[in-house]
Ligand binder design. Structure first.
Ligand code: PHE
Ligand code: ZN
Length: 856
């Protein structure tokens, strides 16, 4: 080829091009000699050919090749082909028998700002190999279906030297680790640094003792115990809920400050963004505690769903991620209550996945092509992937689900699998045909489910119609298999039909219920039994009735949500709205039997972004400033209408005794802060100011700060907070985020600009960059200001970050994924920013793919 391919032209990889690797890799021996600028990696790989006359193709990027030898014979450059992306040794240079390839490469971890491969963070070495980072460490078949046993030695002057598996030898400056379980390279990890452990022991169900450690920088040891206990709870839960026992004698977790994602499930050596490990009442919020517990669980659960059974190729990513998210959701539900967990998960699904699915980035949970796999760690793969597992669970019932999972572990342990393997297990264990169900994996887009009902002679009929809009590359949509859980209520609130799962498989389908004395009130899609958009003409009195009487807590909340949405949309469009929402809120505030966390969720008004989405779905063009005004207006009206009741709740929910992040305390605290956000709009900031001054935990401190900044009364508090916490990186991330996400929209951009000049804005640290940029893009009306100045600012920063850390730049570009929703003026401005990015010379493959997909 004459011209060098630019990143932007890199060809797509296709699922249909999958071919097995022509060699098996029997053993891997890696010897690391650490040095910030010239780490030496000696790799000895034993291959046996599975096909005749196959060339050995190895991936490798940004490596300095020092030497290559086959069975001890040094090769010369004539013997192989070396490119920017790999090393190929032709068949005629290779023995036809098993052979050992030995390479020596050099890499420079101190120069690795992309945080993929081996890099340094605060003087500590660490690795990130998923998805394709191992090829930046050594030449290797870097694909998940090549699984091998790793034996690793580390030579370096750091006091702590860690890798996967069990430690077999260690002395000063040297450690040797053997991982008995075959694994793909993306699960490899190495950590070296001056680290301290917070340690424990876990005894597994068969009585084996496992050493558990949380490794952190000196000074952070006293913020690790919550994570350690969460790990032990996760290990126990996986034994009880899934019969899965841990399989090594040691389990290490390391916290690092510079990390592109949340955390990583490397075998026996999980690496975490320190944000999702470190917790103390003074520095972490209730929500942080819950997330930490959930992420610790998630990475631990990967040991079986991801590591012991892995993915054949990266198109199958949702095989491990969807299932593991589903498992961590079940776990958190068991720990903290299923109703509020389900509501939180659906809020996040709609806020992230439905949003993604409605725009130019929509893709199936199992995509069939991509250019950069890092761009597919999406809400669709993770969260919709989890919803699909949840639907299988609902269709098969608890026992059927468990039987399928037992078969999955039995049949596929040690293998690299596909979605087909996964579904086959459900088909074989239940005898059901899931071929139509499979469309959930292969089709993009959120189905809309329209419902009409009728009642005649004691028979009630529900008539459903499903429709999925065209998505990029998929114009024709066939009907999906949708589990619809319904219940029917009589007019006094009794349940005349308890929850039943209807299975919809046609484009249009009716279900009838006989022998009813009066027309029932339906409760449809209970527990959010499928990731669809339900459309039904319901009047406000019926919603208010469901908010009071539904047995299904999710649908109770959903009814309140729908009421709020109706009122807000009415206000945006300048229509008359009635008092039913305000009345329902009043009733809920008076209902002391309702769970405080649940009441808090009902008090939180829909986000501006979700109102914009709802308007767009109704064929309206959302006006960000009008949405902001409507939401503020409703909050103020609710506060005025219920001020006495709210003030009483604010007083009665004050916590006593030492802080705990358990639901018993976190629930009332969430209610108290939801109430504060309303009252703050009418009390001149008095309560928020007082709470900020007296707060002894981060939940209240940050909650008060968020309330103050909403009404522009935060100057003194913001300065005080910075002064107090400037030495704490995790707390300072919150400081950057909270002010931008919550400030009045007309001040957001100016504030963001000023904050980029703050010496604490260390933009190469992903957490700090994300805090500021997500703060700005999360300020809906501030980001979408009509003159487009926020778009320009944001795009400038993406361009600045791209050469340093393309993965994070690409992921942050999703702030633009809703550009087609808005009016012509905003659309044009967003489009021209995206085009400006796309035209940038030397743009990374990551950001280039994203901008091109965004532009459609
Ligand atoms: N696999 C990680 C998880 O559990 C996420 C991740 C992907 C982390 C890629 C780093 C890089 O969800
Ligand atoms: Zn995961």
């Amino acid at each position: 080829m004459s011209a060098e391919l630019t990143a932007a032209d890199a060809p797509a990889k296709r699922l249909s091009d999958y071919r097995p690797y022509p060699f098996t890799l029997e053993t891997v021996r890696l010897d690391f000699t650490l040095d910030p600028d010239a780490t030496e990696v000696r790799a000895r790989l034993t291959f046996s050919p599975r096909q005749e006359a196959a060339a050995l193709e190895l991936d490798g990027e940004d490596l300095e090749l020092v030497s290559v030898a086959v069975d001890g014979r040094a090769l010369t450059p004539d013997d192989y082909e070396l490119t920017k992306t790999g090393l190929t040794i032709p068949a005629n240079v290779l023995p036809s028998q098993p052979f050992t390839l030995e390479t020596v490469t050099r890499i420079a971890p101190s120069k690795n700002t992309a945080l993929e491969g081996l890099y340094m963070s605060n003087g500590m070495y660490c690795t990130q190999c998923e998805a394709e980072g191992f090829r930046k460490i050594t030449y290797y078949p870097d694909r998940p279906d090549v699984m091998a046993r790793f034996h690793v030695t580390i030579t370096g002057d750091q006091p702590v030297l860690l890798a996967n598996g069990d430690l077999v030898e260690s002395r000063e400056g040297y450690a040797e680790w053997v991982d008995p379980w075959p694994k793909p390279a993306y699960l490899f990890a190495l950590v070296a640094g001056d680290l301290r452990a917070h340690s424990g022991t876990f005894t597994t169900m068969s009585g084996r003792k496992v050493a558990t450690n949380i490794w952190v920088r000196p000074g952070d040891e006293d913020r690790c115990d919550f994570a350690l206990q969460a790990l032990h709870r996760s290990m126990r839960w996986d034994e009880e809920a899934y019969g899965r026992e841990y399989d090594l004698d040691i389990f290490n977790i390391v916290a690092v400050d510079d990390f592109n994602m949340g955390a990583m499930e490397n075998k026996g050596l999980n690496i975490f963004n320190s944000k999702w490990v470190l917790a103390s009442p003074e520095t972490a919020t209730d929500a942080d505690y819950e997330r930490i517990e959930g992420i610790i669980a998630h990475e631990y659960f990967h040991n079986w769903t991801g590591n012991r059974i892995t993915c054949r190729d990266w198109f199958q990513l949702c095989l491990k991620e969807g299932l593991t998210v589903y498992r961590d959701q079940q776990f958190t539900g068991d720990m903290r209550g299923h109703a509020t967990k389900r509501i939180d998960d659906v809020l996040s699904l709609r806020g992230r996945q439905f949003r993604e699915d409605r725009g130019p980035l929509s893709h199936p949970p199992r995509p069939d092509h991509y250019r950069e796999i890092n761009n597919f760690y999406t809400a669709t793969v993770y969260e919709k992937g989890a919803e699909i597992v949840g639907m299988l669970h609902r269709l098969l019932g608890a026992e059927g689900y468990r039987a399928a999972l037992d078969l999955y572990f039995e049949r596929h342990d040690g293998q690299a699998c596909t979605i087909e393997d996964w579904l086959k297990v459900f088909e074989d264990s239940s005898g059901r045909d899931l071929s139509q169900f499979k469309r959930w994996y292969t089709d993009a887009g959120t189905p809309t489910l329209r419902v009409r009902d009728s009642f005649k002679d004691g028979t009630y009929t529900l008539e459903f119609e499903q429709e999925t809009r065209p998505t990029p590359g998929q114009s024709e949509k066939l009907p999906r298999h949708i589990p619809i859980e319904v219940g029917l209520l009589s007019e006094n609130g009794d349940e005349v039909l308890p929850s039943t799962v209807l299975e919809m498989t046609e484009a249009k389908q009716s279900f009838t219920f006989d022998g009813l004395a009066t027309r029932p009130v339906p409760s449809i899609l209970r527990d959010f039994s499928a990731p669809v958009r339900l459309e039904r003409d319901v009047d406000t009195s019926e919603l208010a009735f469901l908010l009071t009487h539904d047995r299904d807590p999710f649908n109770r909340w959903e009814a309140g949500r729908a009421l709020a949405q109706k009122v807000l949309i009415g206000r945006v469009l300048g229509q008359e709205t009635d008092a039913s929402f305000s009345d329902a809120i009043g009733a809920l505030l008076r209902d002391e039997t309702a769970d405080p966390a649940f009441r808090a969720l009902c008090l939180n008004l829909p986000s501006e972004d979700s109102i914009a989405q709802a308007l767009y779905d109704q064929g309206e063009t959302p006006d960000p400033a009008a949405i902001y005004a409507a939401r503020e207006g409703l909050a103020r009206d609710l506060a005025s209408a219920h001020k006495t009741l709210l003030a009483e709740i604010f007083t009665s929910t004050e916590a006593t005794g030492p802080y705990s992040s358990d639901p018993e305390q976190a629930g009332p605290r969430a209610l108290r802060l939801a109430v504060l956000r309303l009252l703050n709009r009418i009390d001149g900031g008095a309560r928020a100011g007082a709470l900020f001054a007296s707060a002894e935990n981060m939940t209240e401190s940050l909650g008060a700060l968020a309330a103050l900044v909403q009404t522009g009364q935060d100057a003194a508090a913001m300065a005080e907070f910075r002064e107090r916490w400037q030495g704490d990186r995790l707390v300072m991330d919150k400081w950057f985020l909270v002010q931008l996400a919550n400030c009045p929209p007309e001040t957001a951009l100016e504030r963001a600009g000023a904050l980029t000049g703050d010496p604490l804005f260390t933009w190469k640290t992903p957490n700090r960059f994300r805090a500021l940029m997500a703060g700005l893009s999360g300020n809906h009306a501030g980001f979408h200001r009509a003159d487009g100045a926020s778009y320009r600012f944001y795009a400038d920063w993406l361009l600045k970050l791209d050469p340093v850390n393309p993965q994070v730049a690409a992921r942050m570009s999703t702030a633009f994924e809703t550009w087609t929703r808005y009016d012509e003026g905003r659309r044009e401005k967003m489009r021209s920013e995206l085009e400006r990015i796309a035209a940038q010379p030397g743009l990374s493959r990551d950001l280039s793919e994203m901008t091109q997909r965004l532009l459609g």
